[in-house]
Design a protein around this ligand. Sequence first.
Ligand code: MG
Length: 251
Amino acid sequence: MKHITTIISDIDGVILHNNALIEGAEGYIRRIQESGLKYLFLTNYPSQTRKDLKNRIANAGVDLPEEAFYTSAMATAAFLARQDGKKAYVIGDAALTHELYNVGFLITDIDPDFVVVGETKSYNWEMIQKASWFIMNGARFIGTNPDVAGPKGFPACGALCAPIERITGKRPFFVGKPSAWMMRAALNAVDSHSEESIIVGDNLNTDILAGVQAGMDTVLVLSGYSCADDLGKVPFRPTHVFEKAGDIDLF
Ligand SMILES: [Mg+2]
């Protein structure tokens, strides 16, 4: 078995269903913590801060430190920090603007370098118009994550980007999974390398594809989005498959 130093784990469908722990997840988290390995819990959802996530897991009955979490909003800030330009027009919630402020960005609707779309319930006509006009005038189009829908038809970032794509004819760069950038940013955050890290996720097309693209070993759990039948529908395979995170015996 290969030498593992780092476990990157998805949250929804791996340790939580809605806000309840999945059977065996508590033991999985405890074993990660007791193993002495480096770890991060990763989510594409950009509208919760580390504090929010810590609180969500605590309400489900498990204590994890804030530093245990990494979001697509954090990865987006890490990405933008390395680009030219420090002004962004943002469609998103406070968790996203907070991360952008942290890397020195000015949030503005005057001549922005970037249009950054996350997720927000305050999305409206004026935002679509402004974002489109800025992109037509050369602002770079960034989305935190390509997910189109959450539970109960909840419009996610990919859906909020869609009208702006139609108007401008431009597609956003999506920072979140399955982009390899998200995995690189997460690994950088814990000072780890892909060859010695595994990703545990429930979605073949986001978690597992992200791991494959970043050169990591991948672990699919069947407790969430993807089922065993889906394995035949994609041109790549996870390194390991388990029914649920509590069954993983790789560390
Ligand atoms: Mg998931």
